[in-house]
Write a protein that binds this ligand. Sequence first.
Ligand SMILES: Cc1cc2nc3c(=O)[nH]c(=O)nc-3n(C[C@H](O)[C@H](O)[C@H](O)COP(=O)(O)OP(=O)(O)OC[C@H]3O[C@@H](n4cnc5c(N)ncnc54)[C@H](O)[C@@H]3O)c2cc1C
Length: 314
Amino acid sequence: MRVVVLGAGISGLSTATLLRQRGDDVVLVSAHATEATTSHLAAAVWFPTSAGPADKVASWGSTTYDVLAAEAERGVPGVVMRESLVVYREEPPPQPWAAAVGDIRPAKADELPAGYSHGLRFAVPLVEMPTYLPWLYRQYVDGGGHQVVRRIDALHDLLDLAPDVIVNCGGLAAGKLVGDTSTYPIRGQIVRVVNPGLSMSMRDETHPAGRAYVHPRTNDCILGGTLDAGVWDTTVDDETTLSIISRCSDLVPALAGTAVIEALVGLRPGRPEVRLERDDELLPGVPVVHNYGHGGSGITLGWGCAADAVRACG
Ligand SMILES: Cc1cc2nc3c(=O)[nH]c(=O)nc-3n(C[C@H](O)[C@H](O)[C@H](O)COP(=O)(O)OP(=O)(O)OC[C@H]3O[C@@H](n4cnc5c(N)ncnc54)[C@H](O)[C@@H]3O)c2cc1C
């Protein structure tokens, strides 16, 4: 089967890779190189955020957790298992994501930063996207996949590539390309700082000043972050940068004086629910499989969604 996949972020690349692995003739079409996608910028830690529906997110997230954990185990570039601590000011309800992470335990009192009464300890995959995405792209190309750099105005424009099926992994732009008005941006600002020697991820999802997360990577540390639904502005806001550093310092005081490398803004592909379905009506004679609208969870759900998208191709 000849499959044209739109999008070279995590959704498009993972779907194209699985299609290629099962022997399809695959053409990946993208307006941007992988390093200019939202996926490249992501903090890219496994943790379901701003995505639905809940039952599917649990299942896609669980599949993706297992794939990334196996990749970490076999030393795939950019993928590591990261010890993690989520902290709370009061006893948390059961967490819907906990089943996927396997071993999880309450944090001990001496593991908690000042001001927090509860915490959960577990390990999740952390993906350094500037390393992983180029590696994934290379796997795809070395496996016989093709790529075309091209901007399209509508999905219809892909018909000249003679596809048997089209897979729509266009991220935030995907909805506009097919007349789906339920998509929206979820602006995210993060700060890249020098890692002051940390090896554990930490997060406080309910910090009074906004979400706070700290993700140490090989050569830096990502501090976050904001989730501004409906905001298209990609300009870095300096006050937000200071607020992110301040609230992350509540989790890890050593971050208060660490050097800032840069602040970054990206637009997550928001949608009330991930759209993963086959659409036989949109284009004449060519089915479309939609795989977009992953919100703040594109890396968390990527391999699970890709597997379902491949099945939907037939
Ligand atoms: C600050 C920030 C932090 C994040 N942290 C995490 C995290 O920790 N964990 C997590 O799971 N997720 C995280 N995310 C969310 C994650 O980045 C997204 O869900 C994910 O990148 C979406 O991937 P995608 O492949 O669907 O879209 P994208 O990466 O946006 O790729 C879209 C592709 O479609 C192509 N395209 C679009 N329009 C056209 C067109 N007209 N013609 C041709 N090509 C087109 C683009 O060129 C691109 O190749 C974060 C996002 C941000 C902004």
